[in-house]
Each structure stands twice: as structure tokens, then as C-alpha cells.
Write a protein that binds this ligand. Sequence first.
Ligand code: 4AD
Ligand code: MG
Length: 479
Amino acid sequence: MKRTKVIDALKRTDFGAEINVKGWVRSKRGSKGIFFIALNDGSTIKNIQIVGDDANFPEETLKRVTTGACLSVDGKLVESPAAGQASEIQATQIEVLGDCDNTYPLQKKGASWEYLRTVAHLRPRTNTFGAVFRIRHNMAMAIHSYFHQHGYFYFHTPLITASDCEGAGNMFQVTTKNLYDLKKDEQGKIIYSDDFFGEQTSLTVSGQLEGELGATALGAIYTFGPTFRAENSNTPRHLAEFWMIEPEIAFMDQEELMDLEEDFIKYCVRWALDNCRDDLEFLNKMVDKGLIERLEGVLKEDFVRLPYTEGIHILQEAKAQGHKFEFPCEWGDDLASEHERYLVEEHFKKPVIMTDYPRSFKSFYMKQNAATPDGGSIGYKGAVAPGPTMQGTDVLFPSIGEIIGGSVREESYDKLMTEINRRQMDMTHLWWYLDTRRYGSCPHAGFGLGFERLILFVTGMQNIRDVIPFPRTPKNAEF
Ligand code: 4AD
Ligand code: MG
């Protein structure tokens, strides 16, 4: 008999039909010679109930129906007398496809997140992780759908690269060299000319620079792929391998960039509410009671658009009124997550798009705001800053902090080169990037959304290790 997925079986109303389902036993109980099996096949958070009379099945078979075992069940689809389910199956035949003994690590309910990370090979079989990974899939579909509908082209940028986009030096090296026998030159530097690519290469931290090549040819592109950062950050928000979405758009200015960031995130959140209802309701009940309300809330409000300089004023005012921050927040300091969270969660109580950051801690490629004679600069809507600023445009989210990092790009060859020289950057490997400013340069902008941070927000999960199937973090590359 052809298999019916549980999600489809639960929707069928042709009661009396013969049906086959396959899946894993979530639980089995019995009463007065009747057994009840909750069977799940991953197609939905919901289980289908299998009912049968002990007397009609070999005792040997029923003994093997244990939590975690894999079954194929033939039976009759019937209307369920039990509340909360339309249909169930009256079993006529049960075949055990895979036995599962009592060493199965997922037998007990209420295991800690930490414990479940040690069994990441099995945790997708739990209700919570099943829900999270189905939502993760849905968010990927939402992203492709959004950009496809808006005329963006999916542009594939390389994972192996000889350049460091963010200039932060947090890169994993890629080599086929014999690490026990490294040839070095007279200054003691490793010789790479005989390595696989003939030069030093790494895993990419961002596809942006190649994305800009796409945007300045196809008009609007997006990337969606893994990125790698060897930052030794053991936080609930950082992974060494994470997925990033990077749209890049020709002729886009700062205001339009903020519009895009806001519209795009709202589209993804709406998609989750429209397409992941059962999983969200489960998470709302079991993981985070305010989840659905928070998701609906984000759709209703306009994000705040806030120049960095104004943000610093707000933080200093809070400090003057007795609010304690661990880290300094003078003009020119990079914001710590406590600052971001104060602005988003306490002051505005909604998402904030922060813009016009000091150039001291932002990347070389960002568009420079016009300078004032006294060393300041003029930014978004004419706001004046006391020092040089760039059109970096990040989105800060409640409980997540930075979810998007973006900017308008500096399109002037001369201004870009001045900045590159000021930073004493070695551009040997980025000659091709400079060509975009040399040949028909155009205003353009883009951003990077951390996929797992979006999933954190949409699922209400607290730790980024729990929204990717197999997390990569310092000292951890298992599975
Ligand atoms: O702010 P970032 O470093 O920006 C860029 O890489 C730009 N090149 C993007 C662009 O303009 N095209 O990273 C972008 C986003 C962050 O806002 C954050 O959501 C996520 O990527 N991110 C991380 N997510 C998980 N683990 C990490 N270690 C992350 N680092 C950044
Ligand atoms: Mg950033």
C-alpha cells in the first residue's frame, strides 16, 4: 500500500479507507487490552494516533513497539472520538522497521537544551527541534520568494577566497599544505606559491564584495549561503559557521535601504505566521509564551530610524538618570549588546534601524557622510555628528541585538582609495573590487542578515546553537 504522510492523513476525511503510515513511535500506552501509539513522521508537529486490540497482534511485535522505534502501520482511517484530533487509525497490521532499545537518549521528556546538544544527531526527532527545523526551511523559502518576486537574482559567490571582506582577520585558512613541513621564506613567512591555489586562501566571512560585482551588472542580486568566522565568541548569538543573506542593489540610497531591511524582515515574519502555524503554536506554548504576540507586534509597528549620534545621547541620558551600563558609551564607542538592548527593549520598545556610525569601527567600503569644517559630519536627514561617520545601517532587534548589518557603499573611487590608504590596507587581492569604482561606478547599497538570528527571533529559542542542526562553535565540530 502507498504510504500517506501523517500531515496528509490527519487532513483526510474519507473515513473507512485503508491507509498506510510510517514513522517513529513517540509514545505507547494501553488500557483494558487496547493499545494507543502516537506516531510521528516529521511532516508535522502533530502525531497520528494508532489504535488496536492487543489480542489481534503477536505479542512479539507489540513488545518491539517502544519509544523511538520505526513502524509501518496498515489500518483503517476512522473518525477519532478523542478531542483535538479529527482522525486516527485502527491498525490491522504493524511492521517494526527499526527497533529501538531502552538506551535511546530521547526517552524522557524535559531534557535540557545542553543535553540535547550532545545528541544533536537525534534531537531533530523531538517536538521542539522538529518545529524549529521546519520553520528554518520555511524561512529559506520566504527569502527566495521575497527576492524572486522583487526582481533580484540569486547570485552565487565563492566560499573559498583570497580576500577578507570585513577586514577583521577572523578567517579559517584553506590549504592542502603539509602542516608538519611548512616551507618559509627568509623573513620566516610561509610560502604559499606551491599551495593548491598558489596563494593564501580562506573560507569567506561575507559574499558582499563579489555581490557588489553582481549588483553592478544585474542591478539587484542576493546571496544566501554559509559564511565562516573564526571569532572566539562563546555567546548565544555567535556561530563559527552561519548562513547569511546578502542583497546588493544598484542605485539604492540610505532611505531605500532602510525601507528594504524593514519590508524584508516583515515579509519573513508574516510568512512564518501564515505558513508555520502549528509549529509556532507549539513553541508559543512550550518554549516562549509571548512568541506569537511578539511576531504579530513586529508587523504592526514602524521600525525606529535612529542616527548613532542620537542613540548615544539617549544612552547617556539613561546613564545620567542612574541606569548602569557595564561598557562605556561615549561618542565613537562601538555599541555593546547591553546598549543595543536598552535602546530596543527599554527605550523604544520596538526594532531600531541605526545609521550613520563613526567610521572608526565600521568597514572601509561604507559611504562616507559629508564632512563639516570642524571635523564633524552631516548624515541622515541633516543630522550633525561630532566626527566622521559612514552610512552603515544596522537593524537591532528585541532579545537578539544586531540582526542585520548593512550600508550604502562608497561609490567614489577617490574617496574609497583615501579611506583604504588611511587604513593602510593591502589591496593586492582586491584589485577587481576597485574596478567597480573605475568602470561605470554607481551608487549602491546592501546588507547582510544573519539567518540564524532571524530563526532565533521567529522561534523564540534562546541560543543560536539550537536553531541550526549541527552548530559549529569554538572547540565543537561534532556531528
Ligand atoms: O555585520 P556583519 O559583519 O556584516 C557583513 O558581513 C556585511 N558584509 C554584510 C553586507 O553588508 N552585505 O554581518 C552581518 C550579519 C550580522 O548582522 C549578524 O546578524 C550576522 O551577520 N552575524 C553572525 N551570525 C551568527 N554568528 C556570527 N558569528 C555572526 N557574525 C555576524
Ligand atoms: Mg555588523
